[in-house]
Write a protein that binds this ligand. Structure first.
Ligand code: CA
Ligand code: CA
Ligand code: CA
Ligand code: CA
Length: 262
């Protein structure tokens, strides 16, 4: 009986160690939100993925978790300094839902009628110009691109502003824009957000919604990622092989001690 319990505990430990070691691997969110059902022959049509040509193309997000940090990288062809960017559009902010992701519509129609007024509510946003994460206690903080009903641009959340100092969580760590020579996702620029997620109330196993679009709304991406079970955001610990061995030794010692009276 004890042998079986030890075996189960040890296997559980090994499984946790494996998950812990792989927790830093990136999870990719493909651009399967509005536009995944794109008809390339229908310019400006409902559900179009990208407007204005491929200089606005968004390919996907890569999300990585370590003990305390969540790194979100948006891979795109959009760059603020592009010579064709006459209107000086800028990168939007990163919106985060900490209670899951429930977009309006279905994957079958690529959520083409989802906008800022339906679907998921965003509990937090990383304001890249201020370098802070804010708690969205008021929908009025959210800037929305014009409600153009004919494309991916309609009513999408772009940035946050006008929030109160008390809404800042200080969870922000850094934000960078960088040209990338090559990328598995296909774009040529990375917008990287590194967030200390301990202050966001995230638990291992939670499903997070993420949303990003540049200020003109020409290609939006939304999707979900699950916080790896190998990480433990509430305590900031990830099981390490060394401590698991110690734990296993402790369990064996405990059981050996217990078996003596029997
Ligand atoms: Ca795209
Ligand atoms: Ca939410
Ligand atoms: Ca929405
Ligand atoms: Ca898109």
């Amino acid at each position: 009986m004890f042998g079986s319990s030890i075996k189960k505990l040890f296997l559980l430990g090994l499984a946790q160690a494996c998950i812990g070691l792989s927790a830093a691997q990136a999870v990719v969110i493909d651009d399967n939100y509005i536009g995944a059902a794109d008809d390339p022959f229908t310019d400006w049509g409902i559900g179009r993925d990208v407007l204005g040509g491929n200089i606005y193309e968004v390919y996907g997000m890569e999300v990585t978790f370590t003990e305390t940090l969540m790194t979100v990288t948006v891979n795109t062809d959009f760059i603020e300094s592009h010579e064709e960017n006459y209107d000086n559009y800028i990168a939007g902010d990163l919106f985060i839902s900490t209670d899951g992701w429930s977009p309006f519509g279905s994957a079958a129609n690529a959520y083409m009628y989802d906008d800022s007024y339906n679907g998921e509510d965003w509990e937090f946003a990383y304001d890249s110009s201020a370098g802070v994460v804010i708690e969205i206690s008021n929908p009025g903080y959210i800037d929305v691109i014009g409600n153009d009903p004919e494309c991916c641009r309609h009513g999408q959340e772009t940035m946050v502003e006008g929030y109160l100092a008390s809404d800042i969580t200080n969870a922000g760590v850094s934000y960078t824009e960088a040209a990338v020579a090559t990328s598995g996702l296909g774009g040529v620029y990375d917008y990287t957000y590194v967030i200390n997620y301990e202050e966001l109330g995230i638990m291992a196993g939670d499903e997070l919604g993420l949303h990003w679009v540049m200020s003109c709304g020409n290609d939006v991406i939304e999707g979900m990622v699950t916080v790896p079970s190998g990480s433990n955001p509430t305590t900031g610990t990830v099981p390490e092989p060394g401590s698991l061995v110690l734990l296993a030794i402790g369990v064996v010692a405990l059981v050996v001690t217990r078996r003596k009276p029997a």
